[in-house]
Design a protein around this ligand. Structure first.
Ligand SMILES: [Zn+2]
Ligand SMILES: [Zn+2]
Length: 129
């Protein structure tokens, strides 16, 4: 696991500090999107602002992306290898389970491009099954 963590960080040009490794490990262990509260639960000895700062840094580095699935807390999920600093390629939809309250990336799906009348501006797309 440690080698995988270091490889993943190196792939995005991120120095492997102990805290970064602990946070990334949780993303590798969990298939679902994680919130700051989730990470605080997994890393009880870590300080909240330190975790938050590292999450912001990871997003900037193309390591994780933010997930807006409509719940109150901001969630984050691991990015594919193709994402890099300042260039996120996560155009996939996310699935939110209303029963277990978990969100996962549907990485193999691409959000179709919609053609709307020009007077509208699309800000958010929601799919209902
Ligand atoms: Zn990304
Ligand atoms: Zn995602």
């Amino acid at each position: 696991m440690t080698a995988k963590i270091i490889d993943t960080l190196a792939g995005k040009n991120v120095q492997p500090t102990p805290m970064r490794m602990l946070i990334l490990e949780q993303f590798l262990l969990n298939t679902r999107a994680l919130s700051l509260v989730d990470l605080e639960g997994f890393l009880p000895r870590a300080d909240r602002s330190t975790i938050y700062r590292n999450l912001k840094f990871f997003v900037q580095k193309g390591l994780i992306h933010t997930v807006d699935e409509g719940s109150v807390a901001q969630h984050y999920a691991l990015c594919p290898d193709a994402c890099e600093e300042g260039a996120h390629l996560d155009t996939h939809p996310h699935f939110y389970c209303t029963s277990c309250k978990e969100t996962i990336c549907l990485s193999s799906l691409v959000i179709p491009s919609f053609r709307f009348p020009v007077k509208y501006r699309v800000e958010q797309v929601e799919m209902t099954a």
